[in-house]
Design a protein around this ligand. Structure first.
Ligand code: PLP
Length: 392
C-alpha cells in the first residue's frame, strides 16, 4: 500500500505510542486526583503543555487541551463572540477555511453575528489589504488558516496578525495542517489563538489544543468541571495528551530536515505530472505551499472514479478533503480559487509525509499515467474536445 492521505490523518509515531502506553495501563489515575497516584498523570500533562508550546513559541500556561481541531476551532470562534462586550458583533474569515471554522461562523450568523467571508486569489492566498478593509468597529475576530488542507497554500499570517493587532481585533488561526510541519511563532505572527490537532502530526486521534494568548478573554465553550484552569471542562485525556506532546517534540526536532526532504518528493511529483500528463493543472501556490501537499485538477476526469482506480492499485489518496467526500458537491476551496464546477470535480490531493519515498512518488505518477488516459477514453466530453482540437 502507498499512503498519500496524510492531510486526512497520519500514522501514530512509535515514540508517541510508547509514551502513551503507561498512561493507558499502570498510570490510569484521573489527573485531577489529590492522592499521590495522580501526580504522575498531572506531571505528564504539564510536560506535554511545555512540549507543544515550544513548537509555536508560546508559554506552557497558554496551551489548553481539547478533543481536536474541530473543538478548538469551535471554541475560538464561539468563545470570542461569547466573551465580547460589543453590542453588534462581526467576524472575518476566509472562503477556504475548514468546515470547523466555516460552519462555526455560519452557526454564529444564525444567532445574529455578522460574518465577512474574504475571497482568495487563484493560488488560494488571502490578501492582507482585504482583511484590513473588512475591519469595522464591531469586528471581534479575524480567523484565517495557517495553511489550507486541500491545496496546501500557506497564508501570510504575519501581515494579517500585524493588521489585527494594530486595529485591536483578535486573530485566530486554524494551524491544524501547519503545526509541526512548518515554522510558526505566535509572537512574530501576532497570533491570539491557534488550533492544532495531534493526529495531523503523527500523534493520536481525538486530541488537540487551543493556544490562547495570556489576557485574551474567551467564553467557556464546554461547561462542567474545573479542568484546564476552569476554561475547558472534562476529564483530561492523559494518554492522548502525552502522545500529542511526544509527537510535537519529535516534529519540532526533525522539522528542519523534514521540510526540504518532503518538499523534494512533492516537487518531483508536481514536475512529472506537469510534463507527462496533459490537461493537468496544479492547484494552490507553487512555492508558498505545505511541504507535503500536491493537488491537481485533471480535465475530463471524475475525481471519484480516479480514486477508485488508484485504490485498486493500492494507493490511498483523496479528492479535496475527507470531510467533503461522500457528497457530490465540488470542494468549496477549489470553487473559491475560481475553478469551474466541472474541473473542480476532477481534483486529486496527494498528501505526503516523511515516510513517502521517491519510489512511492514514481509509482503513483506511473499509475496515474495509465488511469487518466483510460478514464478520458470513456469520456464523451474528452472525445468532443479532441475532435474540436483536430479541426482547429
Ligand atoms: C483535520 C482538520 C481539522 C479538524 O481537526 P480534527 O482534529 O480532525 O477535528 C480542522 N482544520 C483543518 C485545517 C484540518 O485539516
Amino acid at each position: 500500500m502507498i499512503y498519500m492521505d496524510n492531510a486526512a490523518t497520519t500514522r501514530l509515531s512509535e515514540r508517541a505510542f510508547e509514551a502513551m502506553r503507561p498512561y493507558m495501563m499502570e498510570q490510569y489515575a484521573n489527573a485531577a486526583g489529590t492522592y499521590s497516584f495522580a501526580a504522575a498523570s498531572s506531571a505528564a500533562i504539564e510536560k506535554a503543555r511545555a512540549q507543544t508550546a515550544a513548537v509555536i513559541g508560546a508559554k506552557p500556561a497558554e496551551i489548553y487541551f481539547t478533543s481536536g481541531g474541530t473543538e478548538s476551532d469551535n471554541w475560538a470562534l464561539k468563545g470570542a463572540v461569547l466573551a465580547s462586550k460589543k453590542e453588534k458583533k462581526h467576524i472575518i474569515i476566509s472562503a477556504i477555511e475548514h468546515h470547523a471554522v466555516l460552519h462555526s461562523a455560519r452557526a454564529l450568523e444564525q444567532q445574529g453575528v455578522e460574518v465577512t467571508v474574504l475571497p482568495v486569489d487563484a493560488d488560494g492566498l488571502v490578501s492582507p489589504a482585504d482583511v484590513e478593509a473588512a475591519i469595522r468597529p464591531e469586528t471581534v475576530l479575524i480567523s484565517v488558516m495557517a495553511a489550507n488542507n486541500e491545496v496546501g497554500t500557506i497564508e501570510p499570517l504575519e501581515q494579517i496578525g500585524e493588521i489585527a493587532h494594530r486595529c485591536g481585533v483578535l486573530f485566530h488561526t486554524d494551524a491544524v495542517q501547519a503545526f509541526g510541519h512548518i515554522p510558526l511563532d505566535v509572537e512574530a505572527m501576532h497570533i491570539d489563538m491557534l488550533s492544532a490537532s495531534a493526529h495531523k502530526f503523527h500523534g493520536p486521534k481525538g486530541v488537540g489544543l487551543l493556544y490562547v494568548r495570556r489576557g485574551v478573554k474567551l467564553g467557556v465553550f464546554m461547561d462542567g468541571g474545573a479542568q484546564e484552569k476552569k476554561r475547558r471542562a472534562g476529564t483530561s485525556n492523559v494518554p492522548g495528551i502525552v502522545g500529542m506532546g511526544a509527537a510535537a517534540e519529535e516534529a519540532k526536532a526533525r522539522m528542519d530536515a523534514m521540510i526540504p526532504a518532503v518538499s523534494a518528493v512533492r516537487d518531483h511529483i508536481i514536475e512529472r505530472i506537469g510534463k507527462e500528463i496533459p490537461y493537468a493543472k496544479l492547484n494552490g501556490h507553487r512555492t508558498q505551499r505545505l511541504p507535503g501537499n500536491v493537488n491537481f485538477c485533471f480535465r475530463f476526469i471524475e475525481g471519484e472514479s480516479m480514486l477508485m482506480l488508484l485504490d485498486a492499485d493500492g494507493i490511498c489518496a483523496s479528492s479535496g478533503s475527507a470531510c467533503t467526500s461522500g457528497s457530490l458537491d465540488p470542494s468549496h476551496v477549489l470553487l473559491a480559487l475560481g475553478l469551474p464546477h466541472e474541473i473542480a470535480h476532477g481534483s486529486l490531493r496527494l498528501s505526503l509525509s516523511e515516510e513517502t519515498t521517491m519510489a512511492d512518488a514514481d509509482k503513483v505518477v506511473d499509475s496515474l499515467k495509465v488511469i487518466i488516459p483510460r478514464l478520458r477514453s470513456m469520456s464523451p466530453l474528452y472525445e468532443d474536445f479532441v475532435r474540436s482540437e483536430g479541426r482547429a
